[in-house]
Design a protein around this ligand. Structure first.
Ligand SMILES: NC(=O)c1ccc[n+]([C@@H]2O[C@H](COP(=O)([O-])OP(=O)(O)OC[C@H]3O[C@@H](n4cnc5c(N)ncnc54)[C@H](O)[C@@H]3O)[C@@H](O)[C@H]2O)c1
Length: 252
């Protein structure tokens, strides 16, 4: 049955307390999924789960550090105990630092790779192990236009998102036999905390906007709707793909 609905599905959203993550959690819950909001940020994460529950949806907050395999394991064990397993895993936790290549700080580079690459690997692997027992599932990782084209001043971030793109393709090949689809989205600039250094610098902001044919910022709901599609049965025959949600940026 082809549908955009997610009724009866259990979704784990990492970075679920972030500017884009909150909207993804709300969208998936509105589509009928039980949503596990997983993030370092307990205040916003709890608030998001409470808001969804107050609106008639189903949600639970679990604290998560995606760089800590023990923390990742604890979250997925709790989800198995509470809901029987996971059907959908959206990997949205992400960090960045902006510096030119000559000044790029080693510690910052390693931290970005740890959160954006190792974190996605650990969570997607834990989710996939649970999905194998369920007979299938959907994994969607948030990449970025910076994973598809070079992003001036964002060396660590661009490298990390390029790695996420390749992780999506390789995991899709490895997991197809288990009926697990692995896809990603590549958003353009959203007005959220991670993008503040770009948004708040008029010159850099304009240089980003000049690249977007549709001439507006990406909204978290643009990203959330693309993710709902990729998590739904309407996307059952799509795997290993990265859907740009970028107003046309990467077409040129
Ligand atoms: N905002 C943009 O312009 C933009 C564009 C393209 C891609 N993205 C990607 O979208 C995703 C979400 O970004 P956002 O805009 O919501 O940013 P955000 O800064 O608002 O949210 C990021 C979230 O990740 C969480 N996080 C960071 N490190 C973590 C860790 N170790 N363990 C668990 N959670 C952790 C933070 O607590 C935060 O809630 C990121 O992967 C980002 O790279 C964002």
């Amino acid at each position: 049955m082809y549908s955009f609905e997610l009724k009866g599905k259990v979704a784990v959203v990492t970075g679920g307390a972030g500017g884009i993550g909150v909207v993804i959690c709300q969208r998936l819950a509105e589509a009928g999924a039980t949503v596990v909001v997983a993030d370092l940020n307990e205040d916003v994460g709890c608030g998001t789960a409470e808001k969804i529950t107050a609106g008639g949806g189903k949600a639970l907050f679990l604290p998560l550090d995606v760089t800590d395999s023990g923390s990742v394991q604890a979250v997925f064990e709790k989800v198995e105990a509470e809901f029987g397993g996971v059907d959908i895993n959206v990997n949205c936790a992400g960090v960045t630092r902006r510096m030119d290549t000559l000044e790029f700080d080693e510690k910052a580079f390693r931290w970005i790779m740890d959160v954006n690459v190792t974190g996605v690997f650990l969570c997607a692997q834990a989710a996939a192990r649970s999905m194998v027992k369920r007979g299938g599932g959907k994994i969607v990782n948030i990449a970025s236009v910076g994973g598809l084209v070079g992003l001036k001043g964002s060396l660590g971030y661009s490298c990390s998102k390029g790695a996420v793109v390749q992780m999506i393709r390789t995991m899709a090949l490895d997991l197809a036999q288990y009926h697990i689809n692995v896809n990603g989205v590549a958003p353009a600039l959203n007005r959220t905390a991670i993008a503040a250094p770009v948004i708040n610098d008029p010159e850099t902001y304009q240089s980003f906007m000049d690249k977007i044919p549709l001439k507006r910022l990406c909204e978290p709901m643009d990203v959330a709707c693309a993710i709902q599609f990729l998590c739904s049965s309407a996307a059952d025959f799509i795997t290993g793909q990265i859907l740009p949600v970028d107003g046309g940026w990467t077409v040129e």
